[in-house]
Design a protein around this ligand. Structure first.
Ligand code: SF4
Length: 207
């Protein structure tokens, strides 16, 4: 099977998964979607009401803002892959529990192995604490570049946070500019130049 088929098989597993109690309250699981060779992978917390209804990630107001943020640096959804830490909606949009995250995380890890994104954006505290450091907080780490498993990882605020707190939108736009610079450097590396460690503003959490 090629990468596309493997990814679709994985998404099929997610759609019928009953590994945690979120399966009992979901309308649709939301495996993720986007390019099979993404320039960047975006990871949020979990589906909201509209995502649960449609079975697609980031389709509500936060999704519109995410599209706008991507467009601000000339990226489209078609060039990215968008997923969440948990694939089913926690009731009332509560944060997922540790047990739910542990049950679901293997799917995200397999998506990352298949998609091999060089750059991963972690949107909000749940993704940051799960994939970067459980003691990290978005307010402290957003916009910085870390390394994890050979990938560049950039924590950012979740777009939904900027809907409730308008002052966070310029912060997100600024962090997108940093993402743009990192992606540009990746292109240079691709044609033979090194990606210097000194470009990592803070490697405290690096593996
Ligand atoms: S949240 Fe993840 S582990 Fe839980 S039922 Fe949905 S797909 Fe399965």
């Amino acid at each position: 099977m090629d990468r596309e088929e493997l990814l679709e098989a994985l998404c099929g597993e997610v759609r019928v998964c009953v590994k945690c109690r979120l399966s009992k309250t979901r309308t649709n699981a939301v495996p993720g979607e986007g390019s099979v060779r993404p320039r960047v992978m975006l990871v949020g917390e979990g589906p909201g009401r509209e995502e649960d209804e449609q079975g697609r990630p980031f389709v509500g107001a936060a999704g519109k803002l995410l599209d706008e943020l991507l467009a601000s640096i000339g990226l489209s959804r078609a060039e990215a892959y968008i997923a969440n830490v948990v694939k089913c909606r926690p009731p009332g949009n509560r944060p997922p529990t540790k047990e739910e995250i542990e049950a679901c995380l293997p799917y995200l890890r397999r998506q990352m192995e298949l998609l091999e994104p060089r750059v991963v954006c972690l949107l909000g505290n749940t993704a940051i604490k799960t994939l970067l450091d459980e003691d990290a907080w978005v307010a402290r780490v957003h916009g910085r570049a870390y390394t994890r498993g050979g990938r560049t990882v950039i924590p950012m605020y979740h777009p939904a946070a900027a809907i409730y707190t308008a002052t966070l939108k310029p912060v997100l736009l600024e962090d997108m500019k940093k993402l743009e610079k990192i992606l540009e450097k990746g292109v240079k590396r691709h044609v033979g130049k090194m990606f210097p460690d000194s470009d990592m503003k803070n490697t405290r959490f690096s593996t």
